[in-house]
Design a protein around this ligand. Structure first.
Ligand code: 6PG
Length: 252
């Protein structure tokens, strides 16, 4: 494993997705245990896509179950973003996390907060924003851990290149519905306010198709609207990028 610091982030390069996922599971466990120790609670926001499947599967295995036994009953599980589909749809980020992880661990159902992809997008976004405020008891929620991925177009959560969400005002909502032209579909997504304020943020990125966007994210000195992943700079939190050698091959 190679590790280096760049633009305020720690980048760890692992051989492949399976090694990077094992490291993500290790960090997840450390952060969760620390949070439960400190405040008897652990709040986490999960991402979708295909990359985190192996991490979620690892977190549900027997060894992780032992380490996280005290954590799950005290965990509050959210999503960074969701596709506008019902929870039973194969595209649903909730469904993927449910099948690979949540159905296998003792997290109370009342502490699993899915985005309602089946509802009208604007009202689903508003509903999720007020849910966040209620659960956190503040309009400035600070997650213990936010897990993110990055698309080959450098989008993260569901904030896509040139999205108006990159320019959200200080008092903008915590969650938004955004129409993604290239997908011809709505997505629900946490906005940068939330994504930037976690105590710990982990990006998990794998594959050669991510090499060029990853290079640009770390080469760019400005907050380029082509590179939404570049905009997630936690204010007062730890930022770690776990990447595999395929994705890292253009990093200098
Ligand atoms: C989603 C995500 C999204 C994802 C990236 C990477 O709903 O699609 O939350 O931001 O993290 O698109 O996806 P892959 O892991 O499939 O490349």
């Amino acid at each position: 494993m190679k590790t280096f610091e760049k633009n305020g982030a720690r980048i760890e390069v692992w051989r492949d997705l399976s090694e990077a996922s094992a490291r993500a599971a290790e960090l997840f466990t450390q952060i969760a245990l620390r949070s439960v120790d400190a405040r008897s609670k652990f709040s986490v926001a999960l991402s979708g896509g295909s990359t985190p499947k192996s991490l979620y599967t690892l977190l549900a295995d027997d060894a992780a179950q032992k380490s996280l036994a005290s954590v799950w009953p005290r965990s509050h599980v959210f999503w960074t973003d969701e596709r506008c589909v019902p929870p039973s749809d194969p595209q649903s980020n909730y469904r993927m996390a449910q099948e690979t992880l949540l159905a296998h661990v003792p997290v109370p159902e009342a502490q699993i907060y899915r985005m309602r992809g089946e509802d009208e997008p604007e009202s689903a976004a508003k509903g999720y924003a007020s849910l966040l405020e209620t659960v956190f008891g503040t309009s400035a929620p600070r997650f213990d851990l936010i897990l993110l991925g990055m698309g080959a177009d450098a989008h993260t959560a569901s904030i896509f290149p040139h999205s108006p969400l990159l320019k959200t005002a200080d008092d903008a909502p915590l969650v938004a519905a955004s129409f993604v032209e290239k997908l011809n579909a709505f997505r629900l997504t946490m906005t940068l306010h939330v994504l930037k304020s976690a105590a710990n943020t982990i990006f998990l990125v794998s594959g050669k198709d991510k090499a060029e966007p990853l290079r640009k994210v770390f080469a760019s000195v400005q907050r380029d609207e082509e590179l939404p992943a570049r905009w997630v700079r936690p204010t007062g939190g730890e930022l770690v990028w776990l990447v595999d050698e395929g994705a890292a091959r253009l990093l200098s």
